[in-house]
Design a protein around this ligand. Structure first.
Ligand code: SAM
Length: 344
């Protein structure tokens, strides 16, 4: 019996199993991480082509079935089964990752793999087709997103093949696709938190101009807050005025409308919002209740002028995140950082 929560869809087409393992171009010296081995259809094929397989499986019944499947066979000693949630498991070093991934962990798994201090040479992963499309999307494509820009910063991603529902038992609701992710060597020397923090802001509205996104009052408030933190950490004194201290000015109708609009960022997942976003919204809301407006003082002005300078310097004010490539994002990030504006 299948357990829905584990996303158990067993690959039943041996042709697809072969193609996935072939794409990984395994060497006999490789250690392979397999995420979610299930009953072991991929595992058996990998075992024939590698030195060692570390299989992380969350469902004890599946782990038991796999144990039985290798029992007494020569490949038994090459297999190590780790029971648990791969996202919460400390992973040892491995050369290659292969997985018919449980779709509910797609995004955390990709980021976990890319963030490893010693990333693997190659990952061959099956995903829901829509997720695979987002991974490979290029600037200007409909599916280009923060995920695309992130993954492609740290790795080379290629589409391998589509896999129809009928190749699984039970068949999933959606079509699937296999992608190859090869982490870049050497790893780009950019802080992941800075890069992702900036992308979270830009992709709040990927089709708006970058200057319009940075003009949103919530985004300005976020940046102002980050800037204050950075100045405090670096002991840089800030010139403030009354508005900075108590924001004792009534809010205009137009601003109120914008705050309302920002509160209901329709279609954006909570996990995708910039860090600190909800706190800013709460502060703004309570200031509004008291008839005050926050983020209107000298520091706010200074931050606004810095943002303006950055957008002029990079010539990106009128571009949209949906069409920017890594070079564009990188020059934006460097220019912001140079002004003391950080996104962590
Ligand atoms: N590899 C097998 C195959 O291709 O036939 C099974 C793939 S099935 C889509 C996903 C497998 O991942 C299931 O065996 C499930 O129990 C396991 N699983 C689900 N969530 C997991 C997690 N967080 N960590 C490790 N394994 C997980």
């Amino acid at each position: 019996k299948m357990n829905k929560d584990y996303g158990q869809h067993i690959l039943i087409n041996p042709g697809i199993v072969d193609r996935i393992v072939d794409k990984a171009a395994l060497k006999q010296s490789d250690t392979v991480l397999e995420v979610g081995p299930g009953t072991g259809n991929l595992t058996m094929k990998i075992l024939d082509n590698a030195r060692k397989v570390i299989a992380v499986e969350m469902d004890p019944r599946m782990a038991a079935e796999l144990t039985k499947r290798v029992q007494g066979k020569p490949v038994e000693r090459k297999l190590e089964i780790m029971l648990g949630d791969v996202i919460k498991t400390d992973l040892p070093y491995f050369d290659v990752c292969i997985s018919n991934t449980p779709y509910q962990i797609s995004s955390p798994l990709v980021f976990k793999l890319l963030a490893l201090p010693n990333p693997p040479r190659m990952c061959v992963l099956m995903f829901q087709k829509e997720f695979a499309d987002r991974l490979t999307a290029q600037p200007g494509d409909a599916f280009y997103s923060r995920l695309s820009a992130n993954v492609q910063m740290w790795s080379k991603v290629t589409h391998v093949m589509k896999v129809g529902k009928g190749n699984f038992k039970p068949p999933p609701q959606v079509e699937s696709a296999v992608v190859k992710i090869e982490p870049k060597v050497p790893r780009p020397t950019v802080s992941y938190e800075e890069w992702d923090g900036m992308l979270r802001i830009l992709f709040i509205r990927k089709n708006k101009t970058i200057s319009a996104v940075f003009g949103l009052s919530t985004v300005q408030a976020l940046i102002e807050r980050n800037y204050r933190t950075w100045c405090a950490q670096n002991e840089i004194p800030l010139e403030t005025d009354e508005a900075d201290n108590d924001g004792d000015v009534a809010m205009g109708g137009e601003e109120e409308a914008e705050v309302e609009a920002m509160e209901g960022l329709e279609g954006i997942d909570d996990d995708d919002l910039p860090k600190g976003y909800h706190e800013i919204m709460n502060e703004t809301r309570s200031a509004k209740k008291q008839g005050k407006r926050k983020y209107r003082g000298k520091v706010a002005e200074l931050v606004r002028s810095k943002v303006k300078k950055v957008l002029e310097e990079t010539d990106l004010a009128n571009r949209r995140a949906a069409k920017c490539d890594q070079g564009d994002f990188l020059s934006l990030l460097y220019s912001f950082n140079k002004e003391g504006i950080h996104f962590t």
